[in-house]
Design a protein around this ligand. Structure first.
Ligand SMILES: [Mg+2]
Length: 319
């Protein structure tokens, strides 16, 4: 694809969120069209060009029509629960994931609030498996103490995602937990200059794959193949367009034992299309964004200009 094609078809959309997630209530995404349909470019606004360039590569890959294997046509998903303290909100969120039996709960906002939130999720879905995401906010000793307190109070965890931030801390924590609770690595991979150089086996048990932050399906498959760890596919809060590409990644992995975090469309008040959750699964399919929604949620002109410049900068990084 040429840069001009991306810029000429560019749409910037602001999707209202049902609930605050990652501190935002409005998700701004850029979309463009290529020979294979739509691609999404939606790095969070604070990301620099080097990091954002990988997201552009992924969007271009989606719009250009590269072919990948497909091992399954329906993907088991987890429900994602943001760091809310409202039991009513948790109940309504759990209801918005029909048939889902795995919940990923954001924690790290104080252990008492965390445990209350986890108990509320358990209350809403008693037989569900629980995984937690700390986004690296604990120290090694806090992580060890908090993880044990949580297991004590709510039972076994499927895994803990990015409990501590840096590679060495993950190694230290993995030694301490000694396989009792599994550790998944997210930021450690997607923020790394070179994820191939890390000796991940010494630091984590499970590898998180997010198609846009890693630079597309081809690159994600390379990373998975290199590290030979079990993987979990997850979203980066993309619109339904970007989620389609994540679903294709989940379909393209020969081994996929964990539910994927690709049901985050439920966190939007409105999305550009619907990936319906049925019996806890989403079908792998291309979607056409709803034409009315493209108009209704279009960002103001100055935002379009901002994204055009960002795309030009990222294109240069990739060149
Ligand atoms: Mg994460």
């Amino acid at each position: 694809m040429e840069l001009a094609q991306v810029l000429d078809s560019l749409r910037v959309i602001q999707l209202p969120m049902r609930t605050k997630f990652r501190g935002i209530t409005n998700r701004e995404v850029a979309l463009f069209q290529g020979p294979n349909g739509w691609g999404e470019f939606s790095p969070f606004l604070e990301y620099g060009d080097n990091e954002a360039a990988k997201w552009l590569k992924s969007g271009v890959e989606a719009a250009s029509g590269a072919e990948f294997p497909s091992y399954r046509d329906s993907i088991k998903v987890n429900g994602t629960i943001p760091a809310t303290d409202s039991v009513a909100e948790i109940n309504s969120l759990v209801d918005s994931y029909p048939g889902v039996s795995v919940f990923k709960v954001k924690v790290g906002s104080g252990i008492e609030a965390d445990i209350k939130r986890l108990k509320a999720v358990k209350g809403a879905s008693p037989s569900a498996k629980i995984r937690i995401d700390v986004n690296g906010s604990w120290s090694v000793s806090e992580a060890e103490r908090n993880i044990r307190a949580i297991v004590d109070q709510i039972g076994a965890l499927e895994y803990v995602e990015q409990p501590v931030s840096d590679f060495e801390s993950l190694q230290g924590l993995k030694r301490k937990l000694n396989g009792e609770v599994l550790i998944a690595g997210d930021e450690v991979i997607r923020k790394s200059q070179d994820p191939m150089k890390l000796d991940l086996l010494s630091a984590i048990d499970i590898l998180m794959l997010k198609v846009a932050p890693l630079g597309g399906i081809e690159r994600s498959l390379e990373i998975a193949n290199h590290h030979k760890l079990p993987v979990v596919v997850s979203s980066a809060l993309e619109s339904a367009v970007g989620i389609s590409h994540g679903l294709r990644l989940a379909a393209a992995l020969p081994n996929l034992d964990y539910a994927s975090g690709l049901a985050t469309g439920a966190l939007f008040e409105f999305d550009l299309a619907t990936h319906e959750i049925r019996s806890g699964e989403i079908r792998v399919k291309e979607i056409e964004p709803n034409r009315d929604a493209l108009v209704r949620f279009a960002a103001p002109k100055e935002r379009l200009e901002w994204w055009r410049q960002r795309i030009k900068n990222c294109w240069e990084v990739l060149a």
